[in-house]
Design a protein around this ligand. Structure first.
Ligand code: ZN
Length: 439
């Protein structure tokens, strides 16, 4: 049976992931450019990562790789030469993909390029113009409304030129060529929960799995949102058929409760596995159906692919006030929430790795467990669930029911049923159904 080493040091894991988020936080990322390369280089120091560069103008499905964007500096200076908005203070001040600009203009003209949040006047909004040329600055609404009439010097020292789209792929070879896909987006600048939490969790998961014996092969994708998954899908038609299960990792560091968004298929094994783990997690959680909005699951679950890819998050995109603002920062995410999310992911993978059907070798009447040392001693802790797991397994192991089927029917956690299966296998009462596929 696959051992995913579920016994975790959650404190150490949480602080390690948090430190990685801290390290990546200052980088000005976008869907292309040096920011995403620097981020991928940092991931590559922890896990084996294959980097891909796809030239601007390349056709990918119905899209085209955009020009590459890079930025060195940006500011708005008043007549006195003081920077009233400064990219060096916060990279969210510049609208992502802003074309270069250097000119003077009065406040009335400048205001057409300024964005703020009147309802959250002290926060800087995250804005982009990836697919329509333009430029702009984001700023706190309270600062915007206090800008006096003046002639302002506006500078965005950026380049928008033919280059590449960059993404990273970490492949871990398991016994089977069949794959589990773990995908996260890496295109947001200094935003902690939406993006960096997912990068940290996916990296940590790859680190954890890389030394273990695995039944499935694993493919971790570190890609710019939307255009990255479209690019990967366009270039990997031959691999797509091997993807059995998948998860999009995002928003996994906030203190909200876990939320699972089902795959478009809604009852795929990944959907059953995640829902089972959440049901037995002992915490509040929510499961919702697929919708064609959100993150890259939109692309993986488009009808031409319809992959079994769901998304396990905490608070979903757009549903927390800090979302896409400067308040989605290092104070908003918590090491213990990152660690809790990691643990949920690992338990889901434990189900996928170990779910298979067995055959009761003594199906006529109950086998006598006591004689085989398999009847739990009276009064020992967990006696009844240990016994019930063994009895359910013996009863339903007719080759038709997998461990997850049995765990669900018995109302027991998967781990308990898996451990019971191991005990019965060791006791010679069960045999694996040869080639038992994941149901
Ligand atoms: Zn986002």
């Amino acid at each position: 049976m696959g051992d995913l080493k579920l016994d975790l040091d959650l404190d150490a894991l949480g602080s390690d992931m948090f430190r990685f988020v801290e390290e990546l936080f200052p980088i000005c990322r976008s869907i292309t450019g040096e920011g995403i390369r620097t981020t991928l280089d940092a991931i590559a120091k922890r896990v084996p990562l294959q980097l891909h560069e796809v030239p601007s103008g390349t056709a990918v499905l119905d899209w085209e790789i955009p020009r590459e964007w890079n930025i060195r500096d940006a500011y708005i200076k008043n007549r006195a030469g003081r920077r009233v908005v400064d990219f060096r203070e916060h990279n969210l001040h510049v609208v992502g993909y802003s074309s270069p600009v250097s000119r003077r203009m009065p406040l009335s003209q400048l205001k057409r390029h300024l964005f703020s949040l009147p309802d959250q006047p002290d926060l800087i909004p995250y804005r982009t113009s990836h697919y329509s040329e333009g430029w702009g600055f984001s700023m706190q609404h309270e600062k915007l409304t206090q800008l006096p009439e003046d002639e302002y010097e506006v500078c965005i020292d950026s380049t928008l030129e033919p280059g590449n789209l960059t993404y990273g792929e970490c492949y871990l070879q398991g016994d089977s060529k069949k794959e589990i896909l773990i995908s996260c987006h890496c295109c947001h600048p200094s935003i902690a929960n939406d993006n960096l939490s997912g990068i940290a969790l996916a990296t940590q998961l790859a680190e954890h799995l890389q030394s273990l014996e695995l039944r499935y092969s694993y493919r971790f994708l570190f890609i710019p949102g939307t255009i990255g998954s479209i690019t990967w899908l366009a270039r990997n038609e031959d691999v797509i058929g091997l993807v059995e299960h998948g998860l999009v990792v995002t928003c996994v560091g906030d203190p909200g409760h876990p939320t699972y968004k089902r795959s478009r298929r809604s009852d795929a094994p990944i959907d059953r596995a995640v829902e089972h783990i959440l049901r037995h997690s002992g915490q509040e959680y929510e499961v919702r159906d697929f919708s064609p909005y959100g993150y890259d699951e939109r692309q993986y679950c488009s009808p031409g692919f319809n992959l079994a890819v769901g998304s396990l998050m905490r608070t979903p995109n757009g549903e927390y006030p800090e979302y896409h603002t400067s308040a989605d920062n290092l104070d908003f995410i918590k090491p213990e929430c990152l660690a809790d999310s990691f643990q949920l992911y690992l338990h889901v993978l434990d189900v996928l790795e170990n779910d298979r059907a067995y055959l009761n070798l003594n199906p006529k009447g109950e086998p006598q467990l006591g004689r085989r040392g398999l009847y739990p001693s009276v009064g020992a802790q967990g006696t009844s669930s240990t016994l019930m797991a063994r009895l359910w397994l013996l009863n339903l192991s007719d080759g038709e029911h997998s461990l997850l089927d049995i765990a669900e029917r018995a109302g027991l956690p998967f781990v308990a049923v898996r451990e019971a299966a191991q005990a019965l296998l060791d006791g010679g009462l069960l045999a694996p159904v040869s080639g038992s596929p994941v149901p």
